[in-house]
Design a binder for this molecule. Structure first.
Ligand SMILES: Cc1cc2nc3c(=O)[nH]c(=O)nc-3n(C[C@H](O)[C@H](O)[C@H](O)COP(=O)(O)OP(=O)(O)OC[C@H]3O[C@@H](n4cnc5c(N)ncnc54)[C@H](O)[C@@H]3O)c2cc1C
Length: 463
């Protein structure tokens, strides 16, 4: 048993270590040490001061982690999806949830770049700077017009110029907004004709965006500094389009969502474990002298921990299992093959498994936090124990896009009616609802509808 991984919390025999290689276990040991000395003490401070966790990102860069899954040919560690999940779980558990979120959005932007890196000098230059320059990226997708439907960027457009593209975007939320060095942003495509499935992806730099940093004020995740940003008609050269015009939807399904959802799941599993670590410390320390028992000796408290640990282990096994499937499908996370085979989309077929991963983890974490707070009594309610900070941070998982409401509906609808029923871009009319509503109209109302439709068709023909 490892002393480093224990830290008086739930002991390491409860870790599903059969997913990890020896090299990955060694990386985890070193990362836990870094969390202990640096990330965790900073987490408490950042929660109080709203400081952006750049110092923690510098610490991660010192271990090469800003290029964790970047191929070795670009100077990265060349690690796989399982390792990405392990690193996020470890930062969530022993380090700092805000840093886990900032780091997730960083690796997410790097994933979008890796998908189309081959032969693109702008992207390759960014990839080589990640650790040496602590070059932090983020993904700017959520749109003020469409809320958590981040794949639907209405307040955006792109135009073709003589030597590249002009990018316009309004984004309602961007973790690291104004603090990150580069931004991967999605807009409708330069040849947009009303079809919002026609999306393109751009690489934009810090000095090209308008941001409102330090305005973030929220329940938790206080270091993540998520804020609105604008890209106001910025001219970029042709290589700053990531992929090709119209590549955005494929990029979402292949590069962003499967890895992003896996990272969210792993981080929130880490936060659930952190809550149980704290509860173990508190309930084994606290003695009720009248009955001569520690709080941990009460069967009620054991039941809380037993059930929460089983639920969390199910979520961890699920997350690591899906990460392993992603590795199996991608030649162990070989991004370079996308350059040789641009149509190769091995993660996409596992996308629905990653939806479930995020849903399960973000549902579980809140239950665990609630129960651990109860197990710790009034002491749990106090800031000093650290549980209330985790509870505030942990709630972010459920509301982050795709939100758990949306994921639950995706899964139920797709399971019942097929994947094609999802209609992300609201393009397919629901014929049965339409017919049913028309059935309710009398003749006058039907005629009014016919007139309205004809007027609308005439207007469209003129336009
Ligand atoms: C801490 C934090 C950091 C973030 N960082 C980023 C970032 O870096 N980049 C980025 O692009 N975005 C980011 N986001 C935005 C996030 O991904 C969501 O877009 C955002 O939380 C949605 O908020 P909203 O108020 O627009 O919700 P709304 O979309 O208005 O949702 C309100 C409610 O409606 C529900 N709802 C929405 N659609 C449906 C539906 N079809 N069926 C049923 N219910 C539905 C939602 O689940 C929710 O309960 C961040 C959010 C947070 C909280």
């Amino acid at each position: 048993m490892s002393e480093m991984t224990d830290f008086n919390g739930i002991s390491s025999e409860w870790n599903p270590d059969w997913f990890l290689t020896d090299e990955q276990k060694d990386l985890r040991e070193r990362l836990i040490e870094l969390c202990h000395t640096t990330l965790h003490p900073n987490a408490i401070e950042f929660d109080q001061t709203y400081e952006y966790p750049r110092r923690n990102m510098e610490a991660l860069a010192s271990m090469g982690l800003l290029a964790l899954h970047v191929p070795k040919k670009y100077g990265g560690l060349g690690q796989n999806h399982v390792c990405v999940a392990m690193v996020l779980e470890t930062i969530g558990r022993y380090g700092c949830p805000s840093t886990a979120l900032v780091y997730t959005m960083h690796l997410l932007s790097v994933s979008a770049l890796l998908f189309r890196a081959e032969g693109n000098p702008e992207i390759e230059a960014v990839l080589r700077r990640l650790n040496d320059d602590v070059f932090i990226g983020t993904a700017s997708y959520s749109d003020p017009e469409t809320g958590s439907h981040f794949w639907y960027p209405m307040a955006s457009k792109a135009e073709k110029t003589d030597d590249g593209w002009r990018v316009h975007k309004k984004s309602s939320w961007t973790t690291s907004g104004g603090y990150a060095d580069f931004y991967v942003a999605q807009t409708s495509s330069p040849d947009f004709d009303g079809d919002f499935a026609n999306l393109s992806v751009f690489l934009v730099m810090k000095d090209e965006i308008v941001s409102h940093e330090s305005t973030w004020s929220a329940m938790g995740m206080r270091g993540n500094q998520s804020g609105p940003i604008e890209i106001n008609g910025v001219d970029v050269n042709k290589d700053r389009m990531v992929g090709f015009p119209g590549d955005g939807a494929t990029s979402n399904d292949e590069a962003l969502d499967p890895i992003g959802l896996t990272m969210f799941a792993a981080s929130y599993n880490g936060i659930a474990l952190a809550a149980m670590d704290i509860a173990k410390g508190q309930t084994t320390r606290k003695v009720h002298k009248d009955v001569g028992m520690r709080v941990a000796d009460y069967p009620t408290i054991q039941d809380y921990v037993g059930e929460c640990l089983m639920d969390t282990e199910a979520s961890r096994l699920y997350t690591f299992g899906v990460a392993q499937a992603l590795d199996m499908n991608t030649d162990n996370c070989d991004w370079t093959r996308h350059g040789r085979e641009p149509d190769w989309t091995p993660r996409t077929e596992l996308l629905h498994w990653t939806w479930m991963s995020k849903f399960i983890s973000c549902k579980n974490v809140y239950n665990v936090l609630d129960k651990m707070l109860q197990a710790c009594g009034g002491s749990g309610y106090k800031t000093s124990l650290g549980l209330e900070r985790l509870l505030r941070d942990g709630k972010a998982g459920w509301v982050m896009g795709p939100t758990n409401e949306v994921l639950r509906q995706f899964v139920g609808k797709a399971a019942l009616l097929g994947m094609e029923s999802l209609d992300y871009w609201n393009q397919v009319p629901n014929e049965s609802v339409l017919q049913n509503e028309v059935k309710k109209l009398d003749d006058d109302a039907k005629q009014k509808l016919i007139d309205q439709l004809q007027a609308s068709m005439k207007k469209q023909a003129v336009e």
